[in-house]
Design a protein around this ligand. Structure first.
Ligand SMILES: C[S@@+](CC[C@H](N)C(=O)[O-])C[C@H]1O[C@@H](n2cnc3c(N)ncnc32)[C@H](O)[C@@H]1O
Length: 248
């Protein structure tokens, strides 16, 4: 991160962090330098089906339960939020898994919202094209079914019907949102980088998109230790639900 930030200073011919801070603190939301600053600060590491045990739990317990519940209510609607989606591997993994689990998916209303603060990673995510060495870690049945290979660029692109299941937006988790209630919220490997105050703010915003049936999934190395710790009940490792006694 430090190197990336130093490169920004060099490009602008600014020789100290205080001067750069002054430049950034006067920037408005559309200022390109503000975006470049955010990009330099954020860690974007991600991969398909990250945390295998969590995806197994999703596949065996959560998705079947959601599907049953929706079939019973006759709504056939599933709404999922990947709240720090980076270059898209997480929401695409969710879309592929849902595609595998739902019979007649064309008759369903599947809405996967994928957001991130960083515009650069969102551009990569929207394109859905990844280097072969990234994709080829996945089971070959998934690759055959969901990807198209481009031999010239040595990349694979996610097929259109999976890409279309996801809406990508830029969103800062510190800001309030009006995305509505979700069936699942993935907020993985981002809370760990936040100080306690920001983490509390992010969680209070996320709670507004939860009912007591929403599954809230965080990274293995993360905790929900904030003013809101008591709001959640434990379901499985790194998977929680809001207690019904707390309304947002
Ligand atoms: C390490 S990646 C995690 C990606 C994915 N969730 C995973 O677990 O593989 C962290 C992502 O969080 C994003 N991020 C950091 N701060 C954020 C904020 N305040 N609001 C939204 N996204 C943020 C970064 O841009 C980055 O893409």
């Amino acid at each position: 991160m430090d190197n990336r930030l130093r490169r920004r200073l060099r490009n602008l011919s600014i020789d100290n962090y205080n001067a750069y801070y002054r430049r950034i603190s006067h920037a408005d939301d559309n200022d390109l330098e503000l975006q470049l600053f955010i990009n330099a600060l954020t860690t974007n590491e991600t991969y398909f089906f990250r945390n295998k045990r969590q995806f197994n739990y999703l596949s065996n317990i959560i998705f079947p339960e959601l599907i049953r519940r929706q079939q019973k209510s006759g709504e056939k609607k599933i709404k999922i939020w990947s709240a720090a989606c980076s270059t898209g591997e997480e929401p695409y993994s969710l879309a592929m898994l849902l595609y595998e689990k739902i019979f007649n998916i064309g008759q369903w209303n599947i809405n996967i919202l994928a957001t991130d603060i960083n515009r650069e990673v969102l551009d990569v995510a929207r394109r859905g094209e990844y280097k072969s060495k990234i994709v080829e870690r996945m089971p070959s049945s998934y690759i055959k079914k969901f990807f198209m290979k481009n031999k010239e660029t040595d990349t694979y692109r996610i097929k259109e019907y999976i890409r279309k299941m996801i809406n990508f937006y830029q969103h800062n988790l510190i800001d309030r949102n009006s995305f509505g209630k979700m069936d699942c919220i993935f907020c993985k490997n981002v809370l760990i980088y936040l100080d306690n105050e920001s983490k509390t703010e992010v969680i209070s915003n996320l709670i507004k998109s939860m009912t007591e049936k929403t599954y809230f999934i965080i990274g293995y190395a993360e905790s929900l230790m904030t003013n809101y710790s008591d709001y959640f009940r434990y379901i499985a490792p790194s998977i929680y639900q809001k207690k019904s006694t707390f309304e947002a």
